[in-house]
Design a protein around this ligand. Structure first.
Ligand code: FMN
Length: 233
């Protein structure tokens, strides 16, 4: 498969096994406004806390924000993003190898393509980027913070947690998108959630029911073949 070929997968169903959740999960960037029942959220996050971590240190706090508070955070984060450059608590990666740059470029082209945005139209691209801060219309926003000293293994632990949340979401017919963007303005997040300076915002996630008819939700990003990335001995 070349990096520009995409599968189309309906993300609106309910996954009935882990394998199906892994196979069908992809990032959702267009959500229904329908709220997620509190009982479902509680169940999902209680199960997600089974995620593994370094010596079971469980370095995370999960902040699940819905309703008026979520709307307010969307407004504040969007305003902030229009005025200021990101100043995350974590260091965002840079200096990618050329293969990765190609995959990232392809992703951008695909997203802008389905969103009907011309590559040269910077204003429209910036506008789409801002939808990160509106949680792509999702009824629930999730922020993952840690009070642990930030390092590589804390990030791995939080990655395990995030993927557990995203796969579990599929078993409730929910979609999600992990978002580094939601760590761009940690001061705003701390102020709104009443967190102390010691709570570092590592990543965010939008969660909700995917819009069934949205092209943004249909495409399944490609993966390199096993022969390139996995070696058996
Ligand atoms: C740590 C992390 C941060 C991400 N940040 C963003 C983000 O800020 N905005 C966004 O739209 N997607 C974000 N993504 C989603 C990726 O673009 C997506 O996972 C990747 O392209 C693979 O596509 P898939 O999730 O549809 O399989 C992030 C993914 C990860 C794992």
């Amino acid at each position: 498969m070349t990096s520009t070929e995409y599968d189309f997968v309906d993300i609106t169903g309910v996954a009935s096994s882990v394998a199906e959740a892994v196979r069908t999960r992809h990032s959702v960037r267009d959500f229904e406004s329908k709220p997620v029942d509190e009982k479902i959220l509680t169940e999902l996050f209680s199960q997600a806390l089974r995620a593994p971590s370094w010596k079971n240190s469980q370095p995370w706090k999960i902040h699940v924000v819905s309703g008026e508070r979520k709307n307010r955070m969307a407004r504040l984060l969007t305003e902030r993003a229009k005025q200021a450059e990101p100043s995350p608590d974590t260091i965002w990666p840079s200096g990618f190898p050329s293969d990765a740059k190609r995959r990232m470029f392809d992703l951008g082209m695909k997203i802008y393509g389905v969103a009907g945005i011309e590559r040269k139209d910077k204003e429209a691209r910036d506008g789409f980027m801002l939808r990160n801060f509106e949680f792509f219309g999702a009824p629930t926003a999730v922020f993952i913070t840690t009070e642990f000293e930030l390092n590589f293994y804390i990030a791995l632990d939080i990655g395990c947690l995030l993927n557990t949340v995203m796969l579990l979401a599929r078993s409730y017919g929910l979609g999600s998108v992990p978002q580094a963007a939601l760590s761009a303005f940690p001061e705003t997040v701390r102020a709104e959630l009443g967190l102390s300076e010691s709570e570092k915002v590592v990543c965010g996630l939008s969660l909700g029911y995917p819009k069934a008819d949205s092209d943004l939700n249909l495409f399944h990003t490609p993966r390199e073949p096993v022969s390139d990335l996995v070696r058996f001995y």
